[in-house]
Design a protein around this ligand. Structure first.
Ligand SMILES: Nc1ncnc2c1ncn2[C@@H]1O[C@H](COP(=O)(O)OP(=O)(O)OP(=O)(O)O)[C@@H](O)[C@H]1O
Ligand SMILES: [Mg+2]
Length: 875
């Protein structure tokens, strides 16, 4: 640092020293300025004009750019969304009262995981910041905090499987940012972090020290110990959680009054849905990436954003215990019985804003006057909401209703202080009611009377000077002044002091005017100061009640979800599933909730289908049938139905008995993973491997065309072996639906108990195929691929040629090496029909012999063929 730098610049460099990894927004007057490298980076990212400030000590120009202070939030959010961190260095004393240079301090650091600005967050998704650490070499701990709501959890992961589970959680929960101890290598054990692009911020390793982490956690949660949160005996979880709060308190310079509880998450608490399955089943994201087309999108008719976030979390982690699931289902059932009750409740809920995020903003000190008004209005809906549900016969609904606290005290505190229609921003002033504070009232009276005097002055001066167009005006530069037009300048009295000449005339001031101006402006300034003081005090009072407000918000959100599920059930004609601890998965007339809507919109009804799976007689269903027949849809709908049931939702079926499932594995369709440098087949095999390793007898596995990404025989062999393994492995025989075009696989059922064949029915009509989409017992022996290809618009000539080849293959014309011979036909179109023409005698062996081109065979090929023909003859 140079000694000849200006004092402000020295201050800048000092602050920057502490926050090298962040772009520094340095407050100067009405602007936030950025300098040096920060200016270069930010000007590019935000498309700001780059200027330069007078030379630095070395004589070089200092690059600089800036944004107006009142628009700063938008710029911060844009930078953070691009992955940058922003440190806000503010003036922390009044510039007019400062002796020497005004004091500045970094008041907040905003990073991707701590962006809580409502305008830049998706209201229906959480915004997690995650801390990851490892204790004793192989015990991983992770803590997850949504700063925008205060939701806080921690978990531990041990061993190789643990690391995989952690990687899966990262992929599923999509934290915005991960903090980890400096020097901890995450990339090697968790390569998924790099591919997912989530930024990792190294923070001081000592924060993760278990003892100091425990201390900061205890302090934050205001408890004596951590046993009440289930954290005892989980040092890695404690380390991660403690470091996270420590780090955040430093960054936010706030109490985090909305973070007063934490939940220890056990992996066995929820139905595990790994990221691949999540993607394949399109549970929260549709095929195109967004929400559209997903299960969530289909059933999310929640009224509030809180409810929407909660429903999302329910689908990501369905329950695995019968009782709580039945509790939810009973509540949904009770809410389906009366459309009027449901309607009244949902109408009342419309008055409830995003309470979770409102209280978080209050606790973080970023709430504006309107947020308080929103809080108060939302709370005032509570009595109506409670009454609307009074008649609902459900234990869960009853206990949730009992948890709704009117918070009349909080409501009155806000109501008493804040005007009915406050401005959005505190700097606009005028949000504190009259009568709240003596000093404020007095100041307002002074300001008002001063303004009154000034207004009267205008009338008086008009009379005195005889200038009818004389006006008293105000601007920020001059304060109050008298404006006189050109033609009247002759009549200006001598006690007017000229301040400025403008196009149409001149501006003057008088001593009397300035005297009142001082009074008015002094009062106005102090009014705003006083309002802010009162506002801060109010914020403190409300933030102290954060836990109560959060309990009520959670109850309201839960009720919103239950009513939404009831609404979705009523609209979609879903039924209550019977969830049980037994073994049978039985569905009558099941439907796919999303495809059903799509086909209905296209005017063709969805064909419902039954499912019957159990651990004994019908453990694996081998499903064959035509392309486009509905196999994949059937597989997906079965998995979705189980997820819906365990999440507490009704299901699209006529009847359903759902056993508690511990994990769902779905491999439906291929997804390339070029980013990770793996081919389609490689990914498919990795996913299959993971299923074989992790599935238990309580799992549900749906496999769609495993093995199709390689040569036919390899694929068939793999598919067969996989199915066989799932059917015979004594330690884990998961319920499995297995769709395939390898018709040979239907033979598995002959020899293996528990394996049964089903197929999707279709009928041939002339040259066409009619899809019946009914799943019926037995095998199918054809895929009708060519008919489907024709429907898809493959050129006529290609379709015809495919037919020829197919019939040849079906007659098993073999060429060199015992393979179907097609190459010869390519050289001579005239030969095509000849080559494939039926042999005069319908004897396959003879046909085969006739087709052999002895001249072009190696002795080895000939021998191999001979062996094969002998085998065939022997059959
Ligand atoms: N039960 C059903 N009722 C009505 N339409 C259906 C049904 N099942 C599937 N469909 C329609 O048929 C289309 C194809 O279904 P799906 O992808 O499940 O066929 P598939 O048998 O898996 O075909 P492929 O073998 O080519 O993968 C779906 O997109 C949907 O529009
Ligand atoms: Mg399919």
């Amino acid at each position: 640092m140079s000694t000849s730098a200006t004092p402000a610049m020295r201050q800048y460099l000092d602050a920057k020293q502490q926050h090298r990894d962040a772009i520094m927004f340095f407050r100067m007057g009405d602007f936030y300025e950025m300098f040096y490298e920060d200016a270069l980076v930010a000007s590019r990212a935000l498309e700001l004009t780059l200027t330069s400030r007078s030379k630095d000590a070395a004589g070089g120009a200092v690059p600089m750019c800036g944004v107006p202070f009142h628009a700063v939030d938008g710029y911060i959010a844009r930078l953070v969304k691009k992955g940058f961190r922003v440190a806000i260095c503010d003036q922390v004393e009044d510039p007019r009262k400062a002796k020497g240079i005004v004091k500045r301090e970094v008041v907040r650091v905003v990073s991707p995981g701590t962006l809580t600005d409502a305008g830049y967050l998706d209201a229906r998704e959480p915004a997690f910041l995650m801390a990851v650490t490892v204790v004793g070499g192989d015990l991983w701990g992770a803590a997850l905090l949504d700063l925008s709501t205060g939701a806080f959890t921690a978990a531990e992961y041990a061993g190789r499987d643990g690391v995989q589970a952690l990687a899966d959680e990262i992929a599923t929960l999509k934290p915005r940012e991960i903090v980890a101890p400096t020097g901890l290598d995450l990339a090697t054990p968790l390569p998924a972090i790099a591919t997912s692009g989530v930024p990792v911020t190294p923070i001081d390793a000592w924060m993760f020290d278990v003892e100091s982490a425990r201390r900061s956690l205890v302090e934050q949660l205001r408890t004596a110990g951590l046993a009440g949160f289930g954290l005892d005996g989980h040092p890695a979880a404690v380390a991660a959680a403690g470091a996270l709060v420590q780090h955040l308190r430093g960054m936010q310079k706030a109490e985090l009054a909305h973070v007063r509880a934490i939940t220890y998450r056990q992996r066995t608490d929820a139905l595990t849905i790994d990221p691949t399955t999540l993607r394949h089943l399109e549970i929260v994201d549709g095929a195109e990436g967004g929400r559209k087309g997903s299960l969530l999108d289909e059933i999310d008719v929640t009224v509030t954003a809180m409810g929407s976030r909660m429903l999302r979390s329910w689908l990501l982690a369905p329950l695995v215990a019968v009782e709580p699931i039945r509790g939810r289902l009973d509540a949904v059932e009770a809410l389906t019985t009366s459309a009027t009750v449901r309607g009244t409740f949902r109408e009342a809920m419309k008055a409830v804003q995003d309470l979770e995020r409102l209280i978080a903003r209050v606790a973080l000190g970023t709430a504006g006057p309107r947020d308080f008004a929103g809080l108060q209005q939302s709370l005032s809906a509570a009595p109506r909401i409670r009454t609307s549900l009074a008649e609902v016969q459900s234990a869960l609904v009853g206990s949730l209703v009992a948890e709704i606290d009117d918070l009349a005290d909080v409501r009155h505190t806000i109501e008493a202080a804040i005007v009915d229609e406050p401005p959005a921003l505190t700097r606009d002033g005028g949000f504190v009611r009259d009568g709240v504070d003596r000093e404020l009232d007095d100041l307002r009276a002074i300001s008002r009377s001063g303004k009154q005097v000034i207004a009267e002055m205008e009338a008086r001066e008009r009379v005195r000077t005889g200038i009818g167009s004389l006006k008293v005006r105000y601007n920020r530069v001059f304060g109050y002044y008298i404006e006189i037009s050109k033609s009247n300048l002759g009549a200006v009295p001598s006690d007017y002091h000229r301040k400025q000449t403008i196009a149409g005339g001149e501006r003057f001031i008088t001593p009397a005017l300035k005297e009142y101006e001082e009074k008015v402006l002094g009062a106005d300034e102090r009014i705003l100061e006083r309002e802010l003081e009162i506002f801060d005090e109010l914020g403190g009072k409300v933030a102290a009640e954060a836990p109560r407000i959060q309990t009520t918000s959670r109850a309201l959100a839960t009720l919103d979800v239950l009513a939404a599920l009831a609404q979705a059930a009523a609209v979609g004609n879903y039924v209550k599933p019977h969830v049980h601890d037994g073994d049978d998965l039985v569905v009558l007339d099941g439907r796919h909730p999303v495809v059903e809507r799509r086909t209905a919109a296209a005017g063709s009804p969805f064909v419902p289908n039954d499912v019957s799976l159990n651990g004994t007689t019908s453990q694996i269903v081998i499903l064959t049938g035509p392309n486009m027949g509905g196999k994949s849809t059937y597989l997906r709908q079965t998995a979705l139905l189980v997820i819906m049931a365990q999440a507490g939702s009704f299901v699209p079926a006529r009847e359903a008995r759902v056993p508690i499932v511990d994990r769902i594995f779905a491999r439906v369709g291929a997804i390339d993973d070029i980013a990770r440098g793996h081919s389609t087949f490689m990914v498919e095999m990795q996913e299959t491997a993971s299923i074989l390793h992790h599935a238990t007898s309580r799992s549900l596995v749906v496999l769609d065309e495993i093995g199709r990404g390689t040569a036919t025989f390899d694929g068939l062999s793999i598919a067969w072996a996989v199915a066989e393994h799932l059917a015979t492995n004594p330690t884990a025989r998961p319920k499995t639906l297995f769709a395939t075009h390898y018709h040979e696989m239907t033979d598995l059922a002959d020899a293996t108990p528990g394996v049964v064949n089903f197929h999707v029915s279709a009928r041939e009509w002339k040259d066409d195929i009619i899809f019946l989409r009914k799943i019926v017992p037995g095998r199918s022996d054809r895929s009708y691929g060519i008919q489907v290809a024709r429907l898809a618009g493959l050129p006529r000539t290609v379709v015809d040629r495919a037919r020829e080849i197919l019939s040849a293959l079906e007659r098993d014309e073999l060429g060199r090496g015992g393979r179907p011979s097609m190459s010869a036909t390519e050289t001579d179109p005239q030969m095509q029909l000849g080559l494939f023409r039926s042999a005069p005698v319908a004897d396959p062996l003879r046909e085969r012999l006739a087709s052999i081109d002895v001249d072009r065979m190696t002795p080895l090929d000939a021998l191999a063929l001979l062996a094969e023909i002998k085998k065939e003859a022997a059959e």
